[in-house]
Structures are given as structure tokens and as C-alpha cells.
Design a protein around this ligand. Structure first.
Ligand code: ADP
Ligand code: MG
Length: 242
């Protein structure tokens, strides 16, 4: 993998960058062009909000950056290495190790408790033998993350026994257990009341400022976007930097 992608003035490639990304969906007899050549950079320890009206393609862009879907054209680079064209197995692995994702509806496994949900990405990653060997360390890391997010008394609660804000904090802990290079969050406060939503945003800001975690936050809400360092807007399939 010698393909070095776009760089900045210092010659260090951005942590995440997309170039001329295009994505269309078939709709009935026609084609809906959602992304028509999107360029986007996220620097190391950066915090960017992506805003745009409902249907402007924010989730589509986040899914492409998170390697959950493939673009029709264009490129996605992580730390200067092109990743969108890797074989599916390699992309799955990168998604498990380098990219943490958080969604509006949490996507927790209902039959797993909080601790098990946080451990799930590691259980998927390792063989049974490796897992037996590292289980204890992994458990204490998962417990520490949940304690950090104020869930020390909720380790064995199932999602249905948690509030929305608590479920989202479990989801953030799950996204962080692999120590990813970047956190991609799609309307993470969209289902929460204002106080819980503010708590989640405070957590994201702290992870960015204290831990240097690089974050892309998708939101349709301007007041939420202002918590980020930089705001980009999706309009008519292109990016405007605000
Ligand atoms: P946003 O997150 O900004 O609200 P999305 O990225 O979810 O927007 O969707 C952008 C547009 O693409 C919308 O009009 C949506 O209906 C359409 N779309 C999204 N996913 C699909 C899909 N899998 N198939 C067809 N159309 C889709
Ligand atoms: Mg969306």
C-alpha cells in the first residue's frame, strides 16, 4: 500500500480524506444523484460537523467514509492510504479496528447487556483461542470505558433497561473499545431530549479535546454543529465549507 493520498502544506496526509466522491441511488425509473463530487478532509485530532438538509446525503457520505458502502466513483483515504478499493475482507477489518461508528438509533444488540455490547467488536475480531487469552483485559477495558461515561452501575443492564442517553453512551463506549483512529457519528443526539443530547455532545467534545480523538459529526442542527471546530455543508451533492 504505497498509494499516498492528498496531503496538506506540512506534507502530512489528513487522517481521513475523500476525493470527488460520487454516489447515486436508483429511484423508480430514474437515478438519484446524492453525492456529485464531494471533497472532504479531516485532520488528525480534528472535529468536523457535516450539516445539510434532510435528504442532502449526510448519512450517505458518512457510510462511505465508514466503509459501510462503496462509492460509484472517487476515493476514500485513511492516513494517506486508499481504502475504498480494498477487498471486502480488508475493509471489514479496517472498520473493526480503525473506525468507530455511532448512530441515531444506537444499534445495540438487545439480548446483550451493556458490557457485552461494548465487547462485541472484540469478540468478532478475535478467534476463540485469542479471545480466551485476552478476555480479562478486554473486560476491564470495557468496564473502564463504561465507568468513564457514568455507567458503572449499569454494566449488566440490557438496552431496554437503559435510557436513550445511557444507550448512546454504551454505543460510544462500543465504538471506542477498539481504540479507533476516527469516530463517525450520525445524528447521535437525534433521538434524545435536550439534556441527554447535551451530555452526549459534552462527551464527544471531551474525547476530542482531552484524548485527541478525530470526529466527524453529522447533524441537521446548527446549534449542535457549532460544538465542532469546523462545519461543512452538503448542498446539491457538493460540499461548502462554512
Ligand atoms: P441525510 O442523511 O442527509 O438525510 P441520506 O444520505 O440518508 O440523507 O439520503 C440522501 C438521499 O438518498 C435521500 O433522498 C434518500 O431518500 C436517498 N437514499 C438514501 N439511501 C438510499 C438507498 N439505499 N436507496 C435509495 N435511495 C436512498
Ligand atoms: Mg441521515
Amino acid at each position: 500500500m504505497t498509494d499516498i493520498g492528498p496531503g496538506n502544506a506540512s506534507g502530512v496526509p489528513p487522517l481521513l480524506s475523500v476525493r470527488q466522491l460520487r454516489k447515486s441511488y436508483r429511484s423508480g425509473s430514474g437515478v438519484l444523484e446524492v453525492l456529485r463530487g464531494v471533497d472532504f478532509d479531516l485532520n488528525h485530532s480534528g472535529f468536523v460537523a457535516v450539516v445539510g438538509q434532510s435528504g442532502s446525503g449526510k448519512s450517505t457520505l458518512l457510510h462511505l467514509m465508514g466503509l459501510l458502502d462503496e462509492p460509484d466513483a472517487g476515493e476514500v483515504h485513511i492516513a494517506g492510504i486508499r481504502v475504498d478499493n480494498l477487498p471486502a475482507v480488508r475493509r471489514d477489518k479496517l472498520r473493526n479496528t480503525d473506525i468507530g461508528m455511532v448512530f441515531q438509533s444506537y444499534h445495540l444488540l438487545p439480548e446483550f447487556n451493556a458490557l457485552e455490547n461494548v465487547l462485541a467488536p472484540l469478540m468478532v475480531r478475535y478467534s476463540v483461542y485469542e479471545w480466551m487469552r485476552m478476555k480479562k483485559v478486554a473486560h476491564s477495558q470495557a468496564r473502564a470505558l463504561l465507568e468513564r461515561f457514568g455507567l458503572g452501575q449499569r454494566l449488566h443492564h440490557k438496552p431496554r433497561q437503559l435510557s436513550g442517553g445511557e444507550m448512546q453512551r454504551v454505543a460510544i463506549a462500543r465504538a471506542l473499545i477498539s481504540q479507533p483512529r476516527v469516530l463517525l457519528a450520525d445524528e447521535p443526539t437525534g433521538n434524545l431530549d435536550e439534556a441527554s443530547g447535551t451530555g452526549i455532545l459534552d462527551t464527544l467534545c471531551e474525547l476530542n479535546r482531552q484524548d485527541g480523538l478525530s470526529i466527524v459529526l453529522v447533524t441537521h442542527d446548527a446549534s449542535i454543529a457549532r460544538r465542532a471546530d469546523r462545519i461543512v455543508r452538503l448542498v446539491a451533492g457538493h460540499v461548502e465549507i462554512l
